[in-house]
Design a protein around this ligand. Sequence first.
Ligand code: IMP
Length: 489
Amino acid sequence: MTSVSSSPSLHSANLASPSAEGFADVLVGLQYGDEGKAKIIDALAPGYDVIARFNGGANAGHTIDTPSGRIALKQLPSGVFHPHATLYIGSGCAINPWKLAGEIEQLREMGISLEGRLRISARAALVQPHHIAMDRRGSGTIGTTGNGIGPCYADRALRVRNDTRVNLMLGDLLKSEVDAIASMRDVFTRMINAEGGTSPWIAEMSDMLLSLPKVTETLRRYIEADRGWLTDRVRNGANVLFEGAQSVLLDVVDGSQPYVTSSHTVPAYAYVGGDLSPKYHRRTIGVAKAIMSRVGRGPFPSELGGERSAQYCHDASQSRTGATEEQVRYSPDKLLRSSDPFDVGTALRMLTGEYGTGTGRPRRIGMLDLAQLREVIKAHAVDCVYLNKVDCLAHYFRSAYQGVPMRVHRDVLSSDVVPDVLIYPGLNERSLTLGREGTLDAAMHGFVDFVERHIGAPLAGIGLGPERASLISLATHQRVPVTAPSPHD
Ligand code: IMP
């Protein structure tokens, strides 16, 4: 058995740059979002000076447990609880100023001031009331989060509608708040009139506009007009960790249309939306989870229960069925023993808490897809991977699978007769328990090596529980050489 460390400092070992200039690493989710990126960032943050967002907005969400309670953040980077770290929100983000001011205020009430620590690009796109109304009205097909993110990015590209500028940026609030508010009111009113003069959200949107001056006042001191702010920091030696929102498979171009988010989620975009030259890129860190999930519509090859699960979760999100209703209706232990993968998926969702952070929607559940990870890792040259929720695989031992089902790439096992789904038998609850205590036994080593061989990248760490100490660094883990994916895969 090898002792491994769960200390955050190990995760950030070897991060110091010998040169005077700093560097940037990019951390992205490798699946469909909600892989637990915030937990990894929390562990890595001590090794960086700046934690920066480069895409998305209030459609993202991370829950952080703090000594003063649980806090759900949507737009602020995950490093808020590391006082040494500066937080940057780049021009690639879509800002909901009301919600962002709310997050800042919530932290202030917890005694955490962001004064002097937070910079937000003045060129970040501004989410306006009509974006939210449009998104709520049209969210069904894709299953968007209804935060107005898609319409906001669409207006950024459209620039002008009916002779009115619609691509407002955060800085426009500072330049001429009165004009910006008048423009938003005008566009919203025209939209309502075109729809026959009614909308369920008129009062709410009107209130939002009325409160905007106060919100602007809160944000004013954090808005950064200098496009070169992050570059200057890095040139002066700062190390940056870019934090991707959503995940690579939801990229607006690279993902499976139309079931994607509306911004670029791939690591390369960090250097556009994050306002830094790619010259400073050092490494790409991926985060995946062993029990996979997806919210909203779209392909999910390893989904337990396939189309039935997709439809069930869609209907449940429409009828606002969430964790509470499922707990009343079903017994997860009973479902787990069913021979129907749909039941197993439902049980895993209940046992592992897979419900939307912001929306409470039941997430679609899937088995670990190593074949898909392999493709994503290769496409984006991901250097290392953190695999979360490995402890949750223990539930499979009580299921009809009697092992861990995983999708694998036929080429890796170089056999024509190998099925796409393989049941991995060699892990047991004892291995997972030992792992939580910081010791990996032979079975756990075997699992780690198996995963590495299949995805073609080293595992930097595994998550064996929700708490900080359960993130096990594999930095000292004795490993067999990793087989890189061949160019013909
Ligand atoms: P939008 O980003 O709100 O436009 O939603 C588009 C798609 O991306 C939907 O399927 C959403 O459920 C999904 N999505 C957006 N943000 C997240 C996230 O943070 N985690 C997981 N899925 C997300």
